[in-house]
Write a protein that binds this ligand. Structure first.
Ligand SMILES: Nc1ncnc2c1ncn2[C@@H]1O[C@H](COP(=O)(O)OP(=O)(O)O)[C@@H](O)[C@H]1O
Ligand SMILES: [Mg+2]
Length: 396
């Protein structure tokens, strides 16, 4: 029971004794900010926030939440039933409804939002008034899509490390006997100059040995850990060099290659030799896919700075450059798309299946991304996104 004396003390006033003055304590000080501050605070949080009232109306929904859900922010959503605003997001709606039904609310749970295909981490809390009555619910969300991509990359790296050790050991063992076969076949060829049958068989043996050797070299290339020799690199020069390299690997026949790079494209911090390998492999594949006729176009554009996850919780926004290589070949069948970047996956009788695995490895080493889709000319379109400055530079 409260005494008459304590009831007299107005809330928000100084608790003060006259006889023995103690340090002044504000029981509830007026906030040093305008009421709009709370709106701005929630709106600008880097996590998504969605709050609903007990009667199911939206009380708060911030910019990040709209973005994660793939919705357009509308002021009129405030006060509308959440079941109407989130009607295309049944998975999210179910979670919010749980706030009023569940006894244990999920903390740091994860969900893939079907509508936007984003992976979100979320925490659900109840809003209670001072008497403990539930008056609403809040959903805190964070977009984990990028984190997931990084984890996936990490897993792939581990897998490749194990596979790589084995492949390197085998490639090493095979390299010497192969060189032996080639040399000895050459000797024999010179000794049997007047035997036409033997000449033609030995020519084939030498050709096959050379081809096997090329695969071994590619395997070793693939498994060797990448050490980037980073310098200022101009992608237009890199791509031009790659064209010459690809043509020396593979006769391009009637294939036309066009290149469109903006004049003001910034250079990037990267290893020009490794970067050249990316485009050499992509162009070689394009020439092979088109079998002598068609078009390949290579274009580049600068993308606005995006958030790059760096070491620890440090985040740095870096401009990105996107390069597209598209061809007018047959395109990539859906069942191939998932596997084409895996080492040793090939649909070609003489393929090594390492071209794209090497491409991916180099793109990764530059903190970039690569994907493939159907191109404007019906063939394959490879899109490579590279940061102007990678983490390898930022954390030197
Ligand atoms: N431009 C392209 N068009 C169609 N399919 C492609 C293209 N590039 C790659 N592929 C597919 O991806 C597979 C893997 O390519 P890659 O790793 O370079 O190995 P390889 O060229 O030795 O087969 C190819 O065998 C092919 O099926
Ligand atoms: Mg290839």
């Amino acid at each position: 029971m409260a005494t008459a004396k304590s009831r007299k003390a107005a809330p928000g006033r100084l608790a003060q004794k006259t006889a023995n003055p103690e340090p002044r304590v504000y029981v509830s000080a007026p906030p040093p900010v305008a009421p709009s501050f709370y709106h701005d605070l929630v709106w600008n949080l880097r996590n998504g926030v969605l709050a609903v009232t007990e009667s199911g109306q939206i009380a708060v929904m911030n910019d990040v939440a709209y973005r994660i859900f793939g919705l357009t922010p509308r002021e009129s959503d405030i006060g509308r039933p959440y079941s109407a605003v989130l009607k295309d997001l049944p998975d999210v709606m179910r979670i919010v409804a749980g706030a009023f039904e569940l006894s244990h609310l999920p903390n740091r749970a994860e969900l893939r939002v079907k509508r936007t295909n984003k992976v979100i981490g979320y925490t659900l809390s109840q809003v209670r008034d001072t008497r403990g009555r539930i008056t609403g619910a809040t959903l805190f969300i964070k977009d984990l899509t990028r984190v997931e991509q990084l984890e996936e990359r990490e897993r792939l790296r581990d897998r490749l490390a194990a596979l790589g050790e084995m492949a390197a050991a085998i490639a090493h063992e095979v390299k010497n006997p192969l060189a032996g076969i080639e040399v000895m076949a050459g000797l024999l060829k010179r000794q049997l100059l007047d035997n036409q049958d033997a000449q033609s068989i030995l020519k084939d043996i030498i050709k096959e040995a050379k081809m096997a050797n090329a695969i071994v070299v590619e395997v070793l290339d693939f498994v060797r850990p990448i050490r980037l020799q980073v310098e200022d690199s101009r992608l237009d020069e890199v791509v031009r060099d790659a064209m010459a390299m690809a043509e020396s690997h593979r006769n391009r026949g009637q294939v036309e290659v066009s290149m469109s790079f903006p004049d003001d494209l910034p250079g990037i911090q990267g290893d020009p030799h490794q970067l050249r390998q990316i485009f050499t492999n992509l162009l070689t594949n394009a020439f092979e896919a088109m079998n002598g006729a068609g078009q390949v176009s290579i274009s580049a554009a600068q993308l606005p700075a995006e958030e790059e996850v760096a070491v620890g919780s440090d985040v740095k926004a870096v401009p990105m450059i996107q390069v597209e290589v598209s061809d007018s070949g047959p395109g990539v069948p859906p069942e191939v798309i998932d596997k084409m970047f895996s080492p040793f996956f090939t649909t070609k009788p003489q393929g090594s299946g390492l071209g794209l695995a090497i491409v991916r490895k180099i793109v990764d080493a530059h903190d970039g991304r690569i994907d493939v889709s159907a191109g404007p000319q019906g063939g394959a379109r490879f899109r490579i996104i590279l940061p102007v400055t990678g983490n390898h530079e930022l954390f030197r």
